[in-house]
Design a binder for this molecule. Structure first.
Ligand code: URA
Length: 270
């Protein structure tokens, strides 16, 4: 039996048991060790907290084709494939692959372009100065925990000298991202910076033109904002990033339904 079917069965049984217990007026439930272990392993999707106040957030912050559903792949399995990947030349120069970090059922996934030197060394995305700013955006701005979102890149290996990803690298690497998203099933993707946005949406439109509207990345609403590294160089644009983040929060909290009709729609490469 597939894990998903087993899970459904257990949930059905648990619901029936709860109803029965309630009807019988008993206050205690007894479950088998297998059910207890499975229920324990279920990680609820993190909720999006209401923000107490609109500021201080980022203070002066000085293809339409939906993903295949029901795939019961696990992220560690895809990570192992990435670690062994030799589909493009970046495997020759990488120190580590950089798969992604965060909650496996996150509502929000940040997608950057590719690992830099720090990330290549540590095997984790956004750990350098830009990563610290991204953490501030999540924690101070969105009032969420870094571990409750998911952070990854289009490319899982560092391009030498941090050059832009080339089409062949994207061709080989983007399917890993699609599989990650298929497992996580986020409500929203936030593309960080021009290169990530243009690569994901197959466009040469500028960040300025891509911001401010919802795009469709294989059925998932995608919002574009500035890359944290750019914001470190151009702090005057941090306010615009905050505008983007506020739109994302509205969707995460269910206050608005994203209207993707005015945006671009990603086409599959393969
Ligand atoms: N820039 C990115 O786009 N990704 C990282 O992981 C780090 C810096």
């Amino acid at each position: 039996m597939q894990r998903s079917d087993l899970f459904q069965e257990i949930v059905r049984d648990a619901v029936a048991l709860v109803k029965e217990t309630a009807k019988a007026g008993r206050g205690k439930l007894t479950v088998s060790p297998e059910v207890a272990a499975l229920l324990e392993s279920v990680q609820p999707r993190p909720s999006v907290p209401e923000m107490a106040a609109p500021a201080p957030v980022i203070p002066a912050l000085s293809t339409s084709e939906p993903l295949a559903s029901g795939t019961q792949e696990e992220l560690p399995g895809i990570d192992s494939e990435v670690k062994a990947c030799r589909k493009c030349g970046l495997c020759e120069t990488r120190r580590n692959t950089v798969f992604g970090v965060g909650h496996p059922a996150a509502q929000l996934v940040f997608v950057g372009e590719a690992p830099g030197a720090d990330e290549d060394r540590q095997g984790e995305p956004f750990v350098g100065r830009a990563g610290q700013l991204l953490t501030d955006i999540i924690v101070k701005g969105m009032q969420m925990r870094r571990e409750d979102v998911y952070i990854c890149n289009v490319l899982k290996c560092r391009p030498p000298e941090n050059r832009d990803p080339n089409p062949e690298e994207v061709f080989h690497c983007e399917p890993y991202l699609l599989r990650q998203l298929d497992v996580i099933k986020p409500k929203v993707i936030c593309a960080l910076g021009r290169v990530a946005a243009q690569t994901l949406l197959r466009t040469s439109e500028s960040t300025t033109r891509l911001r401010g509207r919802w795009h469709n990345y294989h059925g998932i609403p995608l919002r574009v904002t500035y890359h944290p590294a750019y914001l470190l160089r151009t702090p005057s644009d941090k306010g615009k990033c905050w505008e983007d983040v506020k739109e994302i929060l509205k969707v995460l909290r269910g206050e608005v339904t994203p209207d993707m009709s005015g945006g671009l729609t990603a086409q599959r490469l393969v």
